[in-house]
Design a binder for this molecule. Sequence first.
Ligand code: HEC
Ligand code: HEC
Ligand code: HEC
Ligand code: HEC
Ligand code: HEC
Length: 375
Amino acid sequence: MRAILLSQNLFRRGLTILSIAAVAAILVAGGSARSEEKPEAGVRLEFWKGHFDRNSDAFHEWDSEKEIPAVCARCHSAIGLPEYLTDGKNAPAQHVKNGFACTNCHADLLTYARQNVAKVTFPGGLIVDSGHNDSNLCMTCHQGRESTASVNKAIAGLPLDTPDPKLNFIHVHFYPAGATRYGTEAKVGYEYDGKKYVGYFPHMPNVSTCTGCHSPHDGEVKIDRCGGCHDGIKTVADLANIRMSTRGDFDGNGKEEGLAREIAGLQAQLYAAIQTYAKNVGGVGIGFSEAAYPHWFADRNGNGRIDPEEVSPANKYPAYTPRLLQAVYNYTYSVRDPGGAYHNGRYILQLLYDSLDSLAASGKANVTMTGKVRP
Ligand code: HEC
Ligand code: HEC
Ligand code: HEC
Ligand code: HEC
Ligand code: HEC
């Protein structure tokens, strides 16, 4: 029954490119949606990758400090998750030697049952229960650390286009995949007043939970699952070609492309608009750098990029206006979820489009929305 409803829905949306084999796959998958509760036989454990990558920065940021601070310990200590699930907060934690402990996620090492996670509280306070314990588990860490609410708090009452030295970059944090999956139900992207945003992207059975698409240990994408429904997808490099039900030339470059390419197109335009607006309104250029926090620095020599000597806390961008902070927040969000196109591409496109639209409305960013489509 459920499978038939799903396929009718597809035809209503005019999905003529689905092959008969793909529809058959959907029917089969729809009929056995519960099978995704069962872990695959012969789970791979690859050391030292993903959650066990013991050399990763995510486990060594605090090496020169006494311990891992309480606010970071939930997601960065070897065994901080159960403490957070029980107490709702963490104490400072010991340094990590070998990535996460098995017992961080597994409540029992005889059955490998996972920690029980009934719901997920996102940074702005919104609560979600995905109905799938393992996805709730993943989203307890993959949720970001800021939100629409925290940005609105920082800019409350300030004039939109006046630089204010008290405004600082707000960093959503790394890999907020769970927040993207839920879109406006989590409100971790910056959502502009008066605009509507998509919520959860349901996708299809077997590829809707985190572990439906990723191995839980090394995080690798189960790429072999995509090609059955998306023609020609064999490797991770092919993923950017995926385009299905959404319609429109979002980035206005004259063609409808893979969702990841549409996102990349809007990203590039937003970055250029941010730079133009910052220079015109703040009086000094801005640029992004992965090299260090706070990632956005003043482009003192005006060459359009951040050079090594421009990367320093003292050279953090000093002239944010509320409008610039909103746009910089969303641009960074789209970079911090490198799987955004697959997690919920429409949400990312809406955030990018609205940020660009806001800068265009300032008249100071040398950008026009002509030819672009809001998804
Ligand atoms: C809600 C979960 C969560 C909390 C809380 C959290 N982080 Fe993270 N952080 C993550 C995730 C997920 C990653 C993985 C991304 C990666 O490796 O790039 C990450 C990555 C990092 C990285 C590595 C970035 C890189 O270049 O790879 C640093 C540094 C970091 N966090 C610092 C902090 C600090 C400092 C705190 C506390 C003030 C903190 N985090 C709190 C989830 C969290
Ligand atoms: C980040 C959380 C996380 C960590 C850390 C983790 N696991 Fe897992 N593990 C899971 C999840 C989630 C599943 C279920 C996967 C699925 O449904 O495909 C799983 C599945 C398994 C399974 C298969 C269970 C079954 O019922 O067949 C084994 C075995 C396993 N893990 C062992 C380990 C060992 C050993 C470690 C430590 C070295 C470890 N895991 C660390 C999340 C984790
Ligand atoms: C306790 C917090 C925590 C939980 C729970 C957690 N993650 Fe992670 N995840 C992290 C951190 C921290 C990193 C970065 C590790 C690193 O840099 O190697 C990460 C990395 C990843 C990566 C990128 C791996 C890579 O090497 O690029 C993927 C994908 C991922 N996690 C998916 C998941 C999935 C799926 C689940 C649920 C089964 C999950 N995570 C549960 C904290 C967590
Ligand atoms: C439809 C399949 C799908 C679902 C569902 C999904 N992901 Fe992803 N995810 C991907 C793809 C594809 C990528 C991009 C991988 C790449 O480009 O290497 C990705 C990227 C990521 C990354 C960044 C990894 C990196 O190394 O860049 C993280 C972390 C992540 N996903 C976590 C999650 C979590 C947590 C969930 C559940 C809330 C989830 N994903 C649900 C397909 C999915
Ligand atoms: C059972 C068939 C099936 C499988 C397997 C599948 N997909 Fe999909 N996918 C679909 C359908 C159908 C849609 C359109 C759904 C909608 O809009 O509600 C879709 C939509 C998408 C979209 C959004 C495209 C757009 O234009 O909005 C992305 C991205 C995507 N899938 C990625 C993946 C990835 C990555 C995998 C493999 C991990 C995968 N899919 C596996 C059937 C599938």
